[in-house]
Design a protein around this ligand. Structure first.
Ligand SMILES: *[C@@H]1O[C@H](CO)[C@@H](O)[C@H](O)[C@H]1NC(C)=O
Ligand SMILES: *[C@@H]1O[C@H](CO)[C@@H](O)[C@H](O)[C@H]1NC(C)=O
Length: 257
Protein backbone atom coordinates (compact mmCIF):
# COMPACT_ATOMS: atom_id res chain seq x y z
CA UNK A 1 0.00 0.00 0.00
CA UNK A 2 2.80 2.36 0.97
CA UNK A 3 4.74 1.61 -2.21
CA UNK A 4 1.64 1.82 -4.29
CA UNK A 5 0.82 5.33 -3.08
CA UNK A 6 4.41 6.47 -3.68
CA UNK A 7 4.14 5.00 -7.15
CA UNK A 8 0.92 6.84 -7.85
CA UNK A 9 2.39 10.14 -6.65
CA UNK A 10 5.48 9.62 -8.78
CA UNK A 11 3.33 8.78 -11.79
CA UNK A 12 1.20 11.88 -11.23
CA UNK A 13 4.34 14.05 -11.07
CA UNK A 14 5.66 12.48 -14.28
CA UNK A 15 2.35 13.02 -16.02
CA UNK A 16 2.35 16.68 -15.01
CA UNK A 17 5.91 17.12 -16.24
CA UNK A 18 5.48 15.20 -19.49
CA UNK A 19 3.98 17.83 -21.84
CA UNK A 20 6.89 19.02 -23.98
CA UNK A 21 8.33 22.24 -22.65
CA UNK A 22 8.32 24.69 -25.50
CA UNK A 23 11.30 27.00 -25.74
CA UNK A 24 11.51 29.40 -28.65
CA UNK A 25 15.21 30.23 -28.86
CA UNK A 26 14.97 32.62 -31.83
CA UNK A 27 12.31 34.54 -33.70
CA UNK A 28 12.45 37.18 -36.43
CA UNK A 29 9.40 38.83 -37.94
CA UNK A 30 11.05 40.30 -41.02
CA UNK A 31 13.25 42.93 -39.41
CA UNK A 32 16.89 43.84 -40.09
CA UNK A 33 17.72 43.86 -36.39
CA UNK A 34 17.70 40.91 -34.02
CA UNK A 35 20.09 38.70 -36.00
CA UNK A 36 23.63 37.73 -34.93
CA UNK A 37 25.16 38.92 -38.18
CA UNK A 38 24.76 38.75 -41.96
CA UNK A 39 26.67 37.87 -45.12
CA UNK A 40 26.15 40.15 -48.12
CA UNK A 41 28.58 39.72 -51.02
CA UNK A 42 29.36 41.74 -54.18
CA UNK A 43 26.17 43.44 -55.49
CA UNK A 44 23.81 41.70 -53.07
CA UNK A 45 21.49 43.52 -50.68
CA UNK A 46 19.07 42.95 -47.82
CA UNK A 47 16.32 45.44 -47.00
CA UNK A 48 13.23 45.41 -44.84
CA UNK A 49 9.99 46.01 -46.77
CA UNK A 50 6.39 46.65 -45.83
CA UNK A 51 4.67 46.11 -49.20
CA UNK A 52 5.26 42.34 -49.43
CA UNK A 53 4.85 40.50 -46.12
CA UNK A 54 3.89 37.02 -44.95
CA UNK A 55 2.51 38.26 -41.64
CA UNK A 56 2.50 41.53 -39.76
CA UNK A 57 4.07 44.72 -41.05
CA UNK A 58 7.49 43.82 -42.47
CA UNK A 59 9.47 41.18 -44.33
CA UNK A 60 13.08 40.93 -45.51
CA UNK A 61 13.88 41.25 -49.19
CA UNK A 62 17.15 39.59 -50.20
CA UNK A 63 18.65 40.31 -53.62
CA UNK A 64 21.64 38.94 -55.52
CA UNK A 65 22.90 40.20 -58.88
CA UNK A 66 25.02 38.15 -61.26
CA UNK A 67 28.43 39.65 -61.93
CA UNK A 68 30.74 37.79 -64.33
CA UNK A 69 33.76 39.71 -63.03
CA UNK A 70 33.16 38.49 -59.45
CA UNK A 71 35.05 35.30 -58.59
CA UNK A 72 33.60 34.90 -55.09
CA UNK A 73 30.27 33.49 -54.01
CA UNK A 74 26.87 35.21 -54.07
CA UNK A 75 25.32 35.39 -50.59
CA UNK A 76 22.65 37.76 -49.24
CA UNK A 77 21.80 36.04 -45.98
CA UNK A 78 20.78 36.87 -42.43
CA UNK A 79 22.47 34.73 -39.77
CA UNK A 80 21.66 33.35 -36.33
CA UNK A 81 24.87 31.86 -34.97
CA UNK A 82 25.28 28.64 -32.97
CA UNK A 83 21.80 27.13 -33.34
CA UNK A 84 22.78 23.47 -32.94
CA UNK A 85 25.63 21.07 -32.37
CA UNK A 86 26.02 17.31 -32.60
CA UNK A 87 23.52 15.58 -30.31
CA UNK A 88 20.96 18.41 -30.31
CA UNK A 89 17.36 18.23 -31.52
CA UNK A 90 15.39 21.19 -32.78
CA UNK A 91 12.82 22.81 -35.06
CA UNK A 92 13.81 25.48 -37.62
CA UNK A 93 11.27 27.34 -39.75
CA UNK A 94 10.79 30.28 -42.10
CA UNK A 95 8.45 31.64 -44.75
CA UNK A 96 9.83 32.53 -48.20
CA UNK A 97 8.64 33.94 -51.49
CA UNK A 98 10.38 33.97 -54.88
CA UNK A 99 9.90 36.99 -57.14
CA UNK A 100 6.77 36.68 -59.33
CA UNK A 101 8.71 36.33 -62.59
CA UNK A 102 11.31 33.92 -61.15
CA UNK A 103 13.01 32.17 -64.09
CA UNK A 104 13.21 28.42 -63.44
CA UNK A 105 14.57 27.20 -66.79
CA UNK A 106 17.29 26.38 -67.50
CA UNK A 107 17.53 24.93 -63.99
CA UNK A 108 20.11 26.36 -61.64
CA UNK A 109 20.41 26.03 -57.87
CA UNK A 110 19.53 28.83 -55.42
CA UNK A 111 19.94 28.09 -51.75
CA UNK A 112 17.34 29.64 -49.39
CA UNK A 113 18.40 28.22 -46.00
CA UNK A 114 21.50 26.49 -44.66
CA UNK A 115 23.32 25.37 -41.52
CA UNK A 116 27.05 26.06 -41.65
CA UNK A 117 30.22 26.16 -39.52
CA UNK A 118 33.86 27.14 -40.00
CA UNK A 119 36.20 24.17 -40.43
CA UNK A 120 39.25 26.07 -41.65
CA UNK A 121 41.33 24.64 -38.80
CA UNK A 122 40.85 21.07 -40.07
CA UNK A 123 42.73 21.61 -43.33
CA UNK A 124 39.96 19.68 -45.13
CA UNK A 125 37.39 22.46 -45.70
CA UNK A 126 36.62 26.09 -44.77
CA UNK A 127 32.98 27.12 -44.18
CA UNK A 128 31.13 23.83 -44.54
CA UNK A 129 27.32 23.70 -44.87
CA UNK A 130 25.60 20.65 -43.44
CA UNK A 131 21.86 20.69 -44.21
CA UNK A 132 20.62 23.07 -46.89
CA UNK A 133 17.24 23.90 -48.45
CA UNK A 134 17.29 25.02 -52.06
CA UNK A 135 15.25 25.57 -55.21
CA UNK A 136 16.58 24.09 -58.43
CA UNK A 137 14.47 24.83 -61.50
CA UNK A 138 11.00 24.94 -59.96
CA UNK A 139 11.72 22.12 -57.50
CA UNK A 140 12.36 22.11 -53.77
CA UNK A 141 15.32 20.10 -52.40
CA UNK A 142 17.12 19.47 -49.12
CA UNK A 143 19.96 17.35 -47.76
CA UNK A 144 21.91 16.15 -44.75
CA UNK A 145 25.66 15.70 -44.49
CA UNK A 146 27.47 13.02 -42.48
CA UNK A 147 30.78 11.21 -42.24
CA UNK A 148 33.71 13.39 -41.22
CA UNK A 149 34.96 16.79 -42.33
CA UNK A 150 37.71 15.09 -44.36
CA UNK A 151 35.33 12.45 -45.76
CA UNK A 152 31.95 14.15 -46.22
CA UNK A 153 28.92 12.08 -47.24
CA UNK A 154 25.66 13.47 -48.59
CA UNK A 155 22.06 12.35 -48.57
CA UNK A 156 19.80 14.49 -50.75
CA UNK A 157 16.05 14.69 -51.33
CA UNK A 158 15.16 16.35 -54.65
CA UNK A 159 11.99 17.07 -56.63
CA UNK A 160 10.11 17.34 -53.33
CA UNK A 161 7.54 19.90 -54.50
CA UNK A 162 7.00 22.46 -57.24
CA UNK A 163 7.64 25.93 -55.83
CA UNK A 164 5.27 28.54 -57.23
CA UNK A 165 6.90 31.98 -57.58
CA UNK A 166 5.12 35.08 -56.32
CA UNK A 167 3.47 33.19 -53.43
CA UNK A 168 4.54 32.70 -49.85
CA UNK A 169 5.60 29.20 -48.79
CA UNK A 170 6.68 27.79 -45.44
CA UNK A 171 9.50 25.44 -44.41
CA UNK A 172 9.85 23.69 -41.06
CA UNK A 173 12.73 21.30 -40.38
CA UNK A 174 12.87 19.01 -37.35
CA UNK A 175 16.24 17.38 -36.93
CA UNK A 176 17.98 15.18 -34.43
CA UNK A 177 21.62 15.86 -35.26
CA UNK A 178 23.51 12.59 -34.86
CA UNK A 179 26.56 11.17 -36.63
CA UNK A 180 25.39 7.57 -36.19
CA UNK A 181 22.13 5.86 -37.20
CA UNK A 182 20.09 7.40 -34.37
CA UNK A 183 19.38 10.71 -36.14
CA UNK A 184 16.24 11.87 -37.88
CA UNK A 185 15.38 14.57 -40.39
CA UNK A 186 11.85 15.75 -41.10
CA UNK A 187 10.82 18.64 -43.33
CA UNK A 188 7.43 20.22 -43.93
CA UNK A 189 6.58 22.42 -46.93
CA UNK A 190 3.41 24.49 -46.64
CA UNK A 191 2.46 22.33 -43.66
CA UNK A 192 2.84 19.05 -45.56
CA UNK A 193 5.55 16.60 -44.55
CA UNK A 194 7.87 16.12 -47.52
CA UNK A 195 10.86 14.41 -45.83
CA UNK A 196 10.37 11.72 -43.20
CA UNK A 197 13.75 10.15 -42.58
CA UNK A 198 14.53 8.24 -39.40
CA UNK A 199 17.43 6.11 -38.18
CA UNK A 200 20.07 7.85 -40.23
CA UNK A 201 23.16 10.00 -39.63
CA UNK A 202 22.33 13.69 -40.05
CA UNK A 203 25.65 15.25 -39.01
CA UNK A 204 29.37 14.84 -39.41
CA UNK A 205 31.23 13.62 -36.33
CA UNK A 206 32.28 17.02 -35.04
CA UNK A 207 31.01 18.85 -31.98
CA UNK A 208 31.34 22.50 -33.04
CA UNK A 209 28.20 24.65 -33.23
CA UNK A 210 26.51 25.38 -36.57
CA UNK A 211 24.97 28.71 -37.64
CA UNK A 212 21.62 29.10 -39.43
CA UNK A 213 21.43 31.28 -42.58
CA UNK A 214 18.32 32.34 -44.51
CA UNK A 215 17.99 34.46 -47.63
CA UNK A 216 19.46 33.94 -51.06
CA UNK A 217 22.72 32.20 -51.83
CA UNK A 218 23.00 31.93 -55.60
CA UNK A 219 25.32 28.95 -55.26
CA UNK A 220 24.73 27.83 -58.86
CA UNK A 221 26.33 30.98 -60.28
CA UNK A 222 29.54 30.09 -58.45
CA UNK A 223 29.45 26.28 -58.64
CA UNK A 224 28.46 26.17 -62.35
CA UNK A 225 31.02 28.93 -63.13
CA UNK A 226 28.38 31.17 -64.67
CA UNK A 227 24.74 32.19 -64.86
CA UNK A 228 22.28 29.98 -66.73
CA UNK A 229 19.31 31.68 -68.40
CA UNK A 230 18.89 35.46 -68.51
CA UNK A 231 17.64 36.51 -65.06
CA UNK A 232 20.64 38.21 -63.49
CA UNK A 233 18.73 39.79 -60.57
CA UNK A 234 17.21 37.29 -58.13
CA UNK A 235 14.91 38.34 -55.30
CA UNK A 236 13.69 36.31 -52.32
CA UNK A 237 11.52 37.53 -49.44
CA UNK A 238 11.88 35.99 -45.97
CA UNK A 239 9.53 36.38 -42.98
CA UNK A 240 8.41 34.63 -39.76
CA UNK A 241 11.65 32.84 -38.89
CA UNK A 242 11.60 30.70 -35.76
CA UNK A 243 13.80 28.20 -33.93
CA UNK A 244 12.84 26.16 -30.88
CA UNK A 245 12.08 22.90 -29.20
CA UNK A 246 8.60 22.27 -30.63
CA UNK A 247 6.94 22.56 -34.05
CA UNK A 248 4.94 25.58 -32.86
CA UNK A 249 8.16 27.47 -31.99
CA UNK A 250 9.29 27.29 -35.63
CA UNK A 251 5.94 27.25 -37.45
CA UNK A 252 5.72 30.42 -39.61
CA UNK A 253 1.91 30.26 -39.58
CA UNK A 254 2.10 30.90 -35.82
CA UNK A 255 4.79 33.58 -35.81
CA UNK A 256 3.00 36.92 -35.81
CA UNK A 257 4.44 40.23 -36.84
C1 LIG B 1 7.38 8.40 -41.19
O1 LIG B 1 8.12 7.20 -41.20
C2 LIG B 1 7.78 6.35 -40.12
C3 LIG B 1 8.77 5.19 -40.11
O2 LIG B 1 8.90 4.64 -41.40
C4 LIG B 1 6.33 5.89 -40.29
O3 LIG B 1 5.95 5.06 -39.22
C5 LIG B 1 5.44 7.14 -40.31
O4 LIG B 1 4.10 6.77 -40.57
C6 LIG B 1 5.90 8.13 -41.35
N1 LIG B 1 5.13 9.37 -41.22
C7 LIG B 1 4.73 10.06 -42.26
C8 LIG B 1 3.99 11.32 -41.95
O5 LIG B 1 4.94 9.73 -43.40
C1 LIG C 1 -0.67 36.64 -38.59
O1 LIG C 1 -0.65 35.43 -37.84
C2 LIG C 1 -1.67 35.37 -36.88
C3 LIG C 1 -1.43 34.10 -36.08
O2 LIG C 1 -1.44 32.98 -36.88
C4 LIG C 1 -3.02 35.42 -37.55
O3 LIG C 1 -4.05 35.39 -36.57
C5 LIG C 1 -3.13 36.68 -38.37
O4 LIG C 1 -4.34 36.65 -39.10
C6 LIG C 1 -1.96 36.77 -39.34
N1 LIG C 1 -2.01 38.05 -40.03
C7 LIG C 1 -1.97 38.15 -41.34
C8 LIG C 1 -1.98 39.53 -41.88
O5 LIG C 1 -1.90 37.17 -42.06
Amino acid sequence: MFFQSIGTAALAALTLASPTLSTQTFVNTGTLSGWSTQNIEDKGSIISVTNVVYNGTSALKMTQVYDSSWTGRFHSEKIKTQVYKLGDEGFYGFAFRLQENWQSTPAQSFNIGQFIADFTNTGCDDWMPSSMVWVIGDQLATRVKYGSICNQQLKEWKNLKTVTPGEWHTIVINANWQSDNTGYYHMWYDGEKVVNATNLPTMIDDSRAFDFHVGIYANGWHDDKGMKGTQSTREIWIDSVGIGTTFADADPTRIQG
